[in-house]
Design a protein around this ligand. Structure first.
Ligand code: EPU
Length: 424
């Protein structure tokens, strides 16, 4: 067990590099199961969720060779059709293995996937995946918390997502690639990671059209070849660092990123008086004297990402006036606001989906526990601007998505250290 100790009110300065996107890496690794040849993945972030996903590949009989900043995966023969509970239940993206396993083996057993608990109910729903697999002709049995799915041969289908889902869209793409015939997916999510996954699979012989738009058409193919993939920059990490610099009223250069992927945030920065300079693959955030309030509503891409909602709320505690933050995707993703209130923020919870943030307020250092990945990083940002010391426990949740965050932030001037506490 480790915790982060942050001494607040230090300015940030210099350059911070953005790593490869977590939510692209978690999909591209399971996609390797579709090929029997070597897959090389570059710009792989060194984070907990990626380690767990690679562990799943090993469990399924794949060999992994770690290379500089990436890995090579080869899975000649898939050894089993069951995803182990102890890993799969920790990771929502474990469901990405199901389509390729069905295509290759015709049968798969998997537990309800885990991940951040962001929606009410014991776990985040997977109903759209299950109904999708059925459309491909799969038979599904659920016993306790485990699913058993069989499909002798997957058949291309027409599937309409009643809710746009990122992982759901990616999962159905992987399921369709080796299926017989053509699959048409409608009301798909449009996140850049979906297009990146499809572009890469097309370079290996897949036939996917329309990724990045609401309608995706996949023509089944017999085989997926060897390939090499560079993971796109993490747009959520980019946005997190941008918001962090703005909240700390600091000048920070964010490199190796794709500013186009956070267009919505940059447009909001224009409204709230955060100045910035944008290049093709970098972004410089300038310190603001006064930050204006702004109402924000989370939305599927290209709208405001739910994954930046908690960091943005911390920024709005420093704005002069009231902001309404409306979380439309998940109903448990505003619960961290209680912790911000303990730090001195003036927040009114209207209902599970909306809060009003009245600013500007001085935040004060506190002892906190990271509830989930994005709320955890929001607490870290709050700690950086707070008066006094903040201690954050349960930083496994932050390590799941941000590699060596303490080292990287120390390098740009943050007073932050990690201490390992013994489990008694
Ligand atoms: N939904 C259903 N049924 C389903 C699937 C989704 O009702 O079968 C609902 C969800 O409950 C939610 C909405 O659809 O209300 C959208 O969820 P989505 O499926 O798009 O989320 P996801 O694919 O599970 C990914 C990211 C999340 C990010 C969301 C939204 C990965 C591994 N995770 O989740 O990232 O918040 O898209 O952009 O790609 C994070 O990185 O911290 C994180 C949680």
């Amino acid at each position: 067990m480790s915790k982060l100790i942050i001494e607040g009110k230090n300015k940030l300065s210099g350059e911070i590099k953005v790593n490869g996107a977590k939510n692209a890496a978690l999909k591209i690794i399971p996609a390797a199961l579709l090929s029997e040849e070597k897959i090389t993945i570059n710009n792989l972030p060194g984070i907990e969720d990626v380690d767990r996903t690679l562990e799943l590949v090993r469990e399924l009989g794949g060999s992994i060779n770690l290379i500089d900043n990436g890995c090579e995966i080869e899975i000649k023969n898939i050894a089993k059709n069951e995803l182990p509970l102890k890993i799969a239940s920790k990771l929502r993206a474990s469901i990405m293995f199901v389509g390729p396993l069905l295509a290759k083996l015709g049968e798969v057993i998997f537990p309800s996937p885990g991940g951040c608990n962001l929606a009410s109910g014991a776990k985040r729903p997977i109903d759209l995946f299950i109904s999708g697999f059925k459309k491909f002709g799969a038979e599904i049995n659920k016993k306790n918390d485990s699913y058993h799915i069989k499909a002798k041969k997957l058949k291309g289908c027409k599937y309409f997502f009643t809710t746009a889902t990122v992982t759901g869209t990616e999962s159905m793409i992987l399921t369709a690639i080796l299926a017989d015939g053509t699959t048409t997916l409608k009301n798909c999510a449009m996140e850049p990671e979906i297009k990146a996954l499809s572009d890469y699979l097309n370079s290996q012989g897949a036939k996917i059209k329309g990724a990045g738009t609401p309608t995706i058409i996949i023509k089944g193919v017999k085989k997926i070849n060897a390939g090499e993939f560079n993971i796109i920059p993490d747009r959520i990490e980019t946005g997190t660092f941008a918001i962090m610099a703005a909240a700390a009223k600091s000048e920070l250069t964010i490199t190796d990123c794709d500013p186009k992927h956070i267009e919505i945030l940059l447009n909001i920065f224009n409204k709230i008086n955060i100045q910035f300079k944008v290049g093709k693959n970098y972004l410089v955030i300038k310190p603001a004297d006064k930050i204006y309030p702004c109402n924000v509503k989370t939305h599927e891409y290209p709208g405001f990402p739910t994954d930046l909602q908690a960091p943005f709320t911390v920024l709005m505690t420093q704005a002069a006036g009231s902001s309404i933050i409306h979380e439309t995707i998940y109903d448990r993703r505003l619960l961290y606001s209680d912790m911000l209130m303990q730090m001195g923020a003036d927040i009114i919870m209207c209902d599970p989906h909306r809060i009003v943030v009245n600013g500007p307020t001085q935040l004060y250092g506190k002892q906190l526990t990271s509830p989930d990945l994005r709320a955890g990083i929001a607490m870290l940002i709050a700690g950086l601007i707070a008066d006094g010391q903040t201690a954050i426990d349960n930083i496994y949740q932050i390590d799941r998505g941000y590699q060596n965050i303490d080292d990287r932030l120390r390098a740009v001037g943050a007073k932050i250290r990690r201490i390992n506490t013994l489990k008694l």
